[in-house]
Design a protein around this ligand. Structure first.
Ligand code: HEC
Length: 177
């Protein structure tokens, strides 16, 4: 072995010994102790004291109808309902029943339409403004078991305009509440 190589070898060996010894001495001087609880506390949020009701009460639609815009409501209906419903007197049923004269018409009243059992159970009860409002806002909540596959319309002002339009689908529109 050359002298140079010997020097390098010795240097590496010395470094290793120094490293080992300093580790032993360091451990003797400072003895680490594990903390029993974490020094950093992460606040966990309290569960909400009173959970909000699943279906918050709907604002009544009646008082909003006088100022509602039936023309805007017609556009809302074209967008949201016309894929399934026809609005014309004597018009056909689609996926949903014809909606001519729907305000104050009895539930499940269109002859020959295949209504759900949930809706047929309400036959004889009229669709007043507030029941239309609740049904359009959230069909599955207002009528569990309904066949109307529509998620619902959350905007109160859009529902007011839409129901004002539905009211016009009659030769004798129902009086405003
Ligand atoms: C995906 C199709 C579909 C869409 C979209 C839809 N409906 Fe319906 N609708 C139905 C079906 C099906 C029924 C029958 C429900 C039942 O019997 O449970 C129904 C029933 C109804 C009824 C009750 C009618 C009766 O004779 O008892 C009303 C009122 C109504 N829909 C209004 C609307 C309005 C307003 C919209 C738009 C916001 C709308 N629907 C959107 C399919 C639809």
């Amino acid at each position: 072995m050359s002298l140079e190589a010997n020097k390098v070898f010795a240097a590496v060996l010395t470094a290793g010994v120094v490293f080992m010894v300093s580790g032993v001495i360091g451990g003797a001087i400072v003895s680490p102790r594990r903390l029993e609880t974490s020094a950093i506390q992460v606040a966990t949020p309290e569960p909400a004291a009173a959970a909000a009701p699943a279906t918050p009460a709907l604002e009544p639609i009646g008082p909003l109808l006088a100022a509602a815009n039936a023309d805007t409501g017609r556009q809302v209906a074209q967008r949201a309902c016309a894929s399934c419903h026809n609005f014309v007197q004597g018009g056909p049923n689609g996926v949903g029943p014809n909606l001519w004269n729907i305000v104050n018409r009895d539930h499940a009243a269109v002859e020959g339409f295949n209504y759900s059992a949930a809706n047929r159970a309400l036959a004889g009860k009229p669709w007043d403004y507030e029941s239309l409002n609740a049904f359009i806002a959230r069909p599955s909540a207002a009528m569990p078991g309904t066949r109307m596959a529509y998620a619902g319309m959350s905007s109160t002002s859009q529902r007011a305009d839409l129901i004002a339009f539905l009211r016009t689908l009659s030769s004798e529109p129902a009086p405003l509440p």
